[in-house]
Write a protein that binds this ligand. Structure first.
Ligand code: ADP
Ligand code: ASP
Ligand code: MG
Length: 402
């Protein structure tokens, strides 16, 4: 659709009534500039965390279907309040839940993927000149049950709508000025990146830079949706994400710290073919995404296998690992929530031996023990003690002189 902009406002941008009024004014300004506007909003402030806490205070394993029904209410509060604010300022507006705006997802609760968007309702409301406010992070599956898209999933809703409606731009409004070389709340002298390509931001997002959801970046890259990440509190331009960017060649683009991971070790696994296959295929069957893997060759005929998963999948992964350990007669399963993953990302990582050398030297100077290492063309990551993560990121940023 011509002259269409999709805007997304995150939880901190709609944290209270005053902020909602402020967001309403910004949306109206865009509408008055002659654009059609679709707005995606997240739940207010920490609402999603609070809802999760309530569910887990009742049960260790809340039923997934009901958990999704519960979580989706957070976004429904924001869309209706925002619509009330916009109407009160004299503009035509309608709020829509994921289901009402035709967002059809896979069945998997809590981490559903958007399969299709039936845009008729959206297009009809837009053609009547209305501002359309959509609840982020949710959809419905083929059974008509409410699903959610995984933490931070409102970004994905926004990009998916921008792609489906062929919007000219998707703006992600948040509580920082854009994408920085490291989390600006942890590294105060981190630098704002003015333009970045889909590939580089995808790597950063997948490594835990939470300013954008990785799935949103993937979708944007596939559909060539240009994205602007910027502050909802200022008028500054922020970061532009697109295919081709005019960037000076740099060795390191950014440093990320992922604190949302857990580590599992299966000790004294028999050393024979097919064992790793058995463990990792069971994890895959349980739909658990495994990140880093290390196998230490140990004493005669046994190994230790260690791997990491997202924290919210740790409990399920432990259960799969324990069942596996029992079946293959491994010694035991250990796990650790107190770890984080520190990574440096940039196109110069693998070609320049000095990057790896400096990375390890920095950790050595801080006396930080490295538990696991992995590398690719454009990144080096290691698992370290969570208590030392922020300090390591700050020092690393300084060392690489970013
Ligand atoms: P929202 O509620 O708007 O979705 P999020 O909390 O999901 O906001 O994401 C914004 C946060 O991402 C920032 O407050 C910042 O602390 C964090 N962040 C981590 N790494 C970066 C980075 N490299 N650049 C910008 N922000 C980052
Ligand atoms: N409210 C959801 C969350 O907190 C989705 C989002 O904010 O993007 O994860
Ligand atoms: Mg977010």
């Amino acid at each position: 659709m011509k002259d269409l902009i999709v805007q997304k406002y995150g939880g901190s941008s709609v944290g209270d009534i005053e902020k909602i009024q402020n967001v309403a004014k910004r949306i109206i300004k865009t509408k008055k500039s002659g654009k059609n506007v679709v707005v995606v909003v997240s739940a207010m402030g920490n609402t999603t965390d609070e809802l999760i806490k309530m569910a887990y205070s009742i049960s260790d394993r809340p039923i997934e279907r009901e958990l999704d029904a519960l979580l989706s209410t957070g976004e429904q509060i924001s869309i209706s309040l925002l619509a009330i604010a916009i109407e009160n300022m004299g503009h035509e507006v309608i709020s829509l839940t994921g289901a009402q705006c035709g967002i059809i997802t896979s069945n998997k609760h809590f981490k559903a993927r958007i399969n299709e968007i039936n845009t008729q309702r959206l297009e009809s409301e837009l053609s009547q000149g209305k501002i359309v406010i959509v609840a982020g992070f949710q959809g419905i599956n083929k059974e008509n049950d409410i699903t959610t898209l995984g933490r931070g999933g409102s970004d994905t809703t926004a990009v998916a709508l921008a792609a489906a409606l062929k919007a000219e731009l998707c703006q992600i409004f948040t509580d920082v000025e854009g994408v920085y070389t490291a989390d600006p709340r942890i590294v105060p002298d981190a630098k704002l990146i003015s333009e970045i390509s889909y590939d580089e931001i995808l790597e950063l997002a997948s490594l835990g830079v939470k300013v954008l959801h990785p799935r949103a970046v993937e979708l944007a890259g596939n559909h060539k949706v240009p994205i602007e990440v910027r502050s909802s509190f200022t008028e500054n331009k922020g970061t532009l994400i697109k295919e081709e960017v005019k960037m000076e060649k740099v060795l390191i683009r950014g440093i990320s710290l992922d604190e949302n991971i857990g580590k599992i070790s299966v000790l004294e696994v028999p050393d024979k073919p097919g064992i790793a296959f058995k463990l990792f295929s069971s994890l895959a069957e349980a739909d658990i995404h495994v990140d880093m893997i290390v196998q230490n060759v140990n004493r005669q005929s046994v190994n230790d296998i260690t791997f990491t998963v997202a924290l919210d999948e740790l409990q399920d992964a432990i259960e799969v690992a324990q069942k596996f350990a029992f079946e293959v007669d491994a010694q035991k399963v250990l796990y650790d929530r107190g770890v984080s993953k520190l990574s440096v990302v940039g196109s110069g990582v693998v070609a320049n031996a000095e990057v790896a050398s400096k990375f390890f030297e920095t950790l050595f100077q801080l006396g930080i023990n490295i538990q696991m290492i992995s590398t690719s063309e454009i990144k080096i990551s290691c698992i370290i003690d969570k208590d030392r993560g922020k300090e390591a990121m700050k020092f690393m940023h300084q060392k690489f002189n970013m």
